[in-house]
Design a protein around this ligand. Structure first.
Ligand SMILES: Cc1cc2nc3c(=O)[nH]c(=O)nc-3n(C[C@H](O)[C@H](O)[C@H](O)COP(=O)(O)O)c2cc1C
Ligand SMILES: Nc1ncnc2c1ncn2[C@@H]1O[C@H](COP(=O)(O)OP(=O)(O)OP(=O)(O)O)[C@@H](O)[C@H]1O
Length: 313
């Protein structure tokens, strides 16, 4: 059964079973997030309860720091899908309002219980903060839970390279083009999805036809050339490619970034197809070339680098 989705806790309607609830923003759905959610799922399955996620939208910084909000790895649709794919029974997306931002840490558990009276266990990372000014910590959560006979499971940090994984760390990697490290922390390859748009067909003239999709996520990964894999419903499997993610300063200097993927072999996709692009290795930053000839010569080298990456050379 796919997870049931609710907007706001007051609209949540669930069967009368003990609830195991993982709480957090979960931007990117990295390995740390999955550890917290998996813990909720396993306990719920063992005890005949229901496992769910409570997450928030927009990101609190949209309200608290409107001039410089956190730029998100995942758009809301992708995050919802990744959450559902974990196998939870329900997902509650709570609107992060100015009123919610004012809730004191001490009042957080009573607020949850008011709308989720069957709440049994809360699952969070051990560093999780909550309540007005992020004053609430693990100790406060445990103390509050005890009063209401709830259990709190503080999941220990999942680390990579000796440091805890966090959405913040993954954002920094994506901005620096450190895609392999980002992918390790995500536990899957960073991906973009979209409908193939018609290009100016210049790519074909250059000898490098491309599948183009607009890609403007909150958190913009480093502009540049990447080894990628393209997939889509139209054809099974993954198609190796070299792609430019950028503004194309040599030919048009656009303000809207897009992905242009040149497949290393035959291409089953065409304009109007829905595709997914998995990013695997950063090859070089996007550059402005003095001429199209220079750009074409560089694309030949990029292609060779991608082939070497895939061990096709
Ligand atoms: C592997 C690859 C690398 C590219 N690198 C650059 C680049 O560094 N600078 C740039 O201005 N455009 C770059 N481009 C984009 C080309 O300008 C663009 O693909 C070409 O003009 C075709 O455009 P069209 O698809 O609109 O026909 C690159 C494209 C590919 C496929
Ligand atoms: N590395 C980790 N190991 C275990 N739990 C984690 C880890 N990172 C986050 N969590 C927990 O997962 C839930 C959702 O995390 P949240 O998105 O709020 O944090 P984050 O990944 O550290 O993001 P940011 O870097 O933006 O603060 C929270 O309960 C959090 O404590």
């Amino acid at each position: 059964m796919p997870a049931v989705q609710f907007q706001n806790i007051e609209n949540t309607r669930l069967p009368a079973k003990p609830l195991h609830l993982a709480i957090g923003m979960f931007d990117g759905m990295h390995l740390g997030h999955r550890a917290v959610i998996d813990m909720a799922i396993q306990s719920a399955r063992r005890s005949g309860g229901l496992a769910g996620v409570l997450t928030f939208a927009p990101h609190p910084t949209v309200l608290l720091r409107p001039d410089n909000p956190t730029r998100l790895i995942c758009n809301p649709g992708t995050k919802a899908r990744l959450l559902v794919e974990t196998g939870v029974d329900f997902v509650i997306t709570q609107q992060f309002t100015p009123e919610l931002a004012q809730v004191e840490a001490e009042d957080f558990i009573p607020l949850l219980l008011k709308h989720l009276p069957r709440l049994n266990t809360i699952y969070v990372g051990e560093n999780w903060r909550f309540g007005r000014g992020r004053r609430g910590d693990m100790a406060m959560l445990v103390a509050g839970a005890k009063k209401h006979r709830l259990t709190v499971v503080g999941v220990s940090h999942v680390s990579e390279n000796g440091k805890p994984i966090s959405s913040t760390r993954i954002r920094a990697c994506l901005e620096d083009g450190e895609i392999e490290e980002a992918n390790i922390m995500l536990g899957y390859s960073y991906f973009a999805e979209g409908t193939v748009m018609p290009g100016k067909a210049l790519g074909r003239d250059l000898g490098y036809p491309t599948l183009n999709i607009p890609w403007e996520p909150g958190l913009r990964p480093r502009l540049g050339v990447y080894a990628v894999e393209v997939s889509g419903e139209k054809a099974p499997g993954k198609y190796r490619a070299v792609a430019n993610y950028g503004l194309r300063p040599t030919v048009e200097n656009s303000t809207q970034p897009r992905i242009e993927a040149h497949l290393l072999g035959p291409c089953p996709f065409t304009g109007g197809d829905q595709i997914r692009v998995d990013w695997l290795r950063f090859i070089r930053p996007e550059m402005k070339f003095a001429s199209v000839d220079e750009l074409t010569a560089q694309i030949a080298k990029d292609r060779a680098k991608a082939e070497a990456f895939f061990d096709l050379a």
